[in-house]
Design a protein around this ligand. Structure first.
Ligand code: 16G
Ligand code: MG
Length: 558
């Protein structure tokens, strides 16, 4: 590092002293905390993003959001060149950088890391970082801190993309690194064109018209509602009413996908008048999507259609199209190609969904909780479909498969234009453009759900009847040190402290179809308990007794 770079870093970081006693870690979703303590962290993530861009010689993203957390929180995370999450091997450096007590220590860390990673840091190379933020009031000041961090690295340029959903920013980073145009308009056009394409390909005579009813979307009073209003203007073939678009209510307060999925009740501004109508909910930064319908009985209860069911719908549709495109008659047999198709879930997936997917002949694999793990696993297949029950997920297509589909489509266009086979190839290509290949995206996911429901001629009730969820219960337990819990097998088995797993097994064995696991949360200082059984009472009892076990083994107090 030359002296000029050294003095710029020292000077700028002295303007962003870390608040005393705050220790943050780059968890599953970046750094998150009360917005008032985040200035220095965001400044330092700006430095990190610039170094990452120099190291990869690619465009990097920096997103300021705390997703479904309360409005006074905020957070910051990095999008890697592929549009995915920051590479895990840089996370320890992110932690060290955020925790450096003063400018000197910060400088030392950067100096060591730059040498270790061989980062060209003399201004000879350029770096570009796209910045996005959600609608939180603290976003603007934090964005300024990020810019200052970026500007402290010679050759690095910050490009403010404005208020965006998290998936929009990831999409833009991916597009830029593929030398594609990457403005918000292009994003909207890609979504609306591919959606239109799927609608135009709906088989004649399917029950489509009956399905052409209204969708009501809860925008969580956040950026998703705002963006959906814009997208809705250029969409046709869909009747959407948007509520909680952020003009009045408070972000995530009694609204949004996280609230709806966890509490299983209607969000604000929904009620008895909506019974029977298809409803959807986005989270605060629009990377999660769940559907629901309002039940006619009182108590604001809903029928929840969660990420597992979105996954099942997508998997069914993809499988159907693959079967059609590969319908081989005689001489075309050698043109068939069976791509690998994998479905990725976490232990939170309802057992009934896993059974359903397996019975449908699909390969189901499990990973730890957290988008980065699911995404990485899904990328191992030609088509990898992943979803967390909380509504975060997407479909990944390999370059090889897309290339094959393109070729197959051209060939069919000349030999049997308009055939079912060709339409199936076109549908798969349209899905690959509609669904966000970078990260789970509530807006693109919503359009795909809508297109598939129209294709199938299904109501939300028909969709929800694919299988029936086993009753489940989630609890959190406060313990002395949650990191004492070490798990294996996609978080389904506790390997340490010794004895815990045996105790959980003994408890679970008391319940028919009982299933239970515990894991330390990555976003809160608690241990989470999940239990499933054939009745709600049994699931509640199992969860409660395992919560007590946590107390006994780890101390603390529930
Ligand atoms: C974060 C993760 C989400 C995960 C959740 C678990 C991302 C973008 N988000 O929100 O995938 O389900 O954490 O939270 O990775 P927990 O560890 O507190 O249970
Ligand atoms: Mg989110």
């Amino acid at each position: 590092m030359n002296n000029n770079q050294r003095s710029i870093l020292l000077e700028s970081s002295s303007r962003f002293p870390p608040p005393p006693g705050v220790k943050l870690s780059y968890g599953t979703s970046g750094f998150r905390a009360d917005a008032s303590v985040l200035q220095s962290t965001v400044f330092r993530v700006g430095i990190l993003a610039a170094l990452r861009s120099l190291r990869t010689q690619s465009v990097i993203g920096l997103m300021i959001t705390a997703s479904h957390n309360k409005v006074s929180d905020n957070g910051v995370k990095i999008a890697d060149p592929s549009g995915g999450m920051l590479s895990q091997d840089w996370e320890p450096f992110a932690d060290a950088l955020a925790d450096a007590p003063d400018s000197q220590r910060l400088l030392q860390l950067v100096d060591d890391f730059v040498k270790k990673e061989n980062i060209p840091l003399e201004g000879a190379q350029s770096a570009e970082i796209l910045l996005g933020r959600d609608t939180r009031p603290s976003g603007e000041t934090l964005l300024e801190a990020a810019k200052q961090g970026i500007n402290s690295i010679a050759g690095a340029v910050a490009v403010d993309m404005g208020v965006l959903t998290t998936p929009q920013l990831h999409w833009m980073v991916r597009a830029r690194n593929k030398s594609m145009k990457a403005t918000e308009l292009e994003y909207f056009e890609q979504l609306s064109n591919s959606f239109r394409c799927l609608i135009d390909l709906i088989p004649q005579g399917s029950a489509v018209n009956k399905m052409n009813d209204k969708l009501i979307v809860d925008g969580a009073n956040g950026v998703g509602g705002e963006k959906l209003e814009l997208l809705n203007k250029i969409l046709n073939g869909l009747d959407i009413e948007i509520r909680n678009s952020g003009k009045q209510g408070v972000l995530n307060e009694g609204v949004g996908a996280d609230y709806v999925q966890k509490e299983k009740v209607v969000p604000c501004k929904f009620g008895p008048a909506d019974v029977g109508i298809r409803c959807a909910s986005l989270d605060g930064d629009a990377d999660r999507l769940v559907y629901f319908s309002v039940l006619s009985t009182a108590n604001n209860k809903i029928d929840l259609v969660d990420g597992d069911k979105i996954l099942s719908l997508f998997a069914l549709f993809i499988e159907e199209q693959l079967n059609t495109v590969n319908k081989c008659d005689g001489d075309t047999e050698n043109k068939c190609y069976w791509p690998t198709l994998g479905v990725v879930q976490t232990a939170y997936a309802n057992g009934a969904s896993t059974d359903y997917l397996k019975h449908s002949g699909l390969e189901v694999v499990f990973t730890k909780t957290g988008v980065k793990y699911l995404h990485e696993k899904a990328a191992e297949y030609d088509i990898g479909i992943y979803f967390e029950a909380n509504g975060h997920g997407t479909i990944l297509f390999s370059e090889g498969l897309l290339h094959w589909l393109d070729g197959r489509n051209s060939e069919l266009a000349s030999t049997s234009k308009g055939s079912e086979q060709q339409k199936a190839a076109l549908r798969l290509l349209a899905v690959s453009k509609l669904i966000n290949q970078a990260v789970g995206d509530a807006l693109s996911g919503l359009l795909l759900v809508e297109a598939i429901l129209q294709h199938m001629g299904w109501s939300i009730h028909r969709w929800n009847d694919l299988y029936h969820d086993l009753p489940s219960r989630q609890l959190k337990v406060k313990v002395v040190d949650r990191t004492a819990i070490v798990t294996e097998n996609a978080e389904t088995v506790v390997v340490s402290p010794p004895g815990i797993q045996e105790a959980i097994d003994a408890e679970t064995a008391k319940y028919p179809r009982g299933r239970c696991f515990v894991r330390p949360s990555g976003t809160e200082d608690v241990v989470r308990v999940y239990a499933e059984a054939t009745t709600q009472e049994a699931a509640d009892n199992l969860a409660n007794s395992v919560a007590q076990l946590m107390d006994q083994f780890l101390g603390g107090g529930t």
